[in-house]
Design a protein. Structure first.
Length: 98
């Protein structure tokens, strides 16, 4: 590829390095397999009023509510599972595909 006239020859290398940094994946962590291992301890610390600065950044500004999350999960399960099964039937596929 060509470097713009008058630009430093290192511009291309810097741009390539910046793009590669965006697409690097974090190192493997067991917490990536079980996400509650990372958020449950932070949630409990926040409920006890012992939130650290890192916990506050992680949790953001939204209020945390186990009750609200449970209701949302049940609503999604109750509404979407039958809907997916019905769409499979409409598409002429076996129900277990939906």
């Amino acid at each position: 590829s060509e470097v713009a006239e008058g630009a430093s020859p290192h511009v291309e290398e810097v741009c390539a390095l910046q793009w590669s940094n965006l697409y690097k994946s974090p190192p493997f962590s067991p917490k990536s397999l079980l996400p509650p291992l990372s958020w449950v301890p932070r949630y409990w610390r926040s409920r006890q009023g012992q939130t650290s600065e890192e916990d506050a950044r992680f949790l953001g500004t939204l209020p945390n509510s186990i009750k609200g999350d449970a209701i949302a999960g049940l609503t999604v399960g109750i509404m979407l599972v039958p809907q997916c099964l019905a769409f499979a039937l409409l598409a002429g596929l076996p129900v277990h595909v939906g």
